[in-house]
Write a protein of this length. Structure first.
Length: 293
């Protein structure tokens, strides 16, 4: 199994930012028993970088990191467009009412103290993610923001008609045939791989105000800066070829198509369309969306 497959075929991803190995390893073991993939960072800088690159579904942050307070990490992640939707839990060495209030004010969603029960932490995270999915905020397959979160991002673009932004639509075509051939679960793994390559492509430079969302129906949305749109398009197309090689069999790749009930079906492709402020004016979300068709 390739590294890309291993990173995409699990149910979800958790990032733990904690320099105490006893705490991080205890949580890691419990989350992995629940079928979740776990990444660990031991500094705030490493944690913020991993969060923007991996886009986990939840982040657990120690309040006593060596290079930055955990409350400041929570605040920074709320300021970054790609990570502002992610569930955050602060992990404190001691109960402090003031620290709890500061953490929640800075953007954390939950707060637990040491000693903690790993099972309780796991259940809290599970419940939070379930509520986010039920409220049409997160897509359960990709873990990306969806629905009204995307709508809010598009409203921001409409409020900046002369801005240096680019809106990109990345549509995976032909994935229904892939699901028919390989199964529905494999289709979910494919979408998670696409999510991963998009997040990694966005993390190749120091621009942190991009937005990545999933609009349903194998359709991704990116908001980025005009100056990086060309290079990002090229990078994503290159990485998408890796997704194809990872998820299709050698025989299907060699013949260049799928055989379903004796009929040829095309392999998945990625269509990227984009608009920017110069393509406008756009007066509403519908006009902006239609420009991407």
């Amino acid at each position: 199994m390739s590294a890309l497959t291993r990173r995409s075929c699990v149910e979800g991803r958790i990032l733990i930012i904690e320099d105490n190995p006893a705490n991080s390893q205890g949580l890691k073991q419990r989350f992995e028993e629940e079928g979740l993939q776990v990444d660990i960072a031991v500094t705030a800088a490493e944690g913020i970088a991993n969060a923007t690159r991996l886009l986990p579904q939840a982040i657990i942050i120690s309040t006593t990191l060596p290079d930055m307070p955990g409350t400041a990490v929570a605040q920074r992640l709320r300021q970054i467009a790609r990570t502002q939707h992610i569930f955050q839990m602060l992990l404190a060495d001691k109960e402090s009412h003031v620290e709890r209030l500061v953490g929640l004010e800075q953007g954390a969603d939950d707060f637990v103290t040491i000693p903690f029960d790993p099972l309780e932490v796991t259940l809290r995270v599970r419940n939070a993610l379930r509520r986010a999915g039920a409220s049409n905020m997160l897509d359960p397959i990709t873990g990306l923001p969806t629905g009204r979160v995307i709508q809010n991002q598009l409203r921001k673009l409409l409020s900046d008609p002369e801005g240096a932004w680019t809106l990109m639509r990345l549509k995976v075509n032909g994935l229904d045939a892939f699901r028919d051939s390989y199964g529905f679960q494999a289709g979910g793994d494919f979408l998670r791989s696409v999510t991963l390559i998009l997040a990694e492509a966005l993390s190749l430079d120091d621009v942190l105000d991009d937005f990545l969302g999933y609009n349903g129906n194998d359709d991704f949305i990116i908001v980025t800066q005009q100056r990086r749109a060309d290079s990002l398009t090229q990078e994503v197309q290159t990485r998408f070829e890796l997704v194809l090689r990872t998820h299709y069999s050698f025989m299907d790749l060699a013949q260049g198509y799928l055989l379903i009930d004796g009929e040829q079906a095309q392999m998945a492709t990625l269509r990227i369309s984009r608009v920017d402020a110069t393509s406008g004016p756009f007066y509403d979300i519908r006009a902006l969306s239609e420009a991407l068709v």
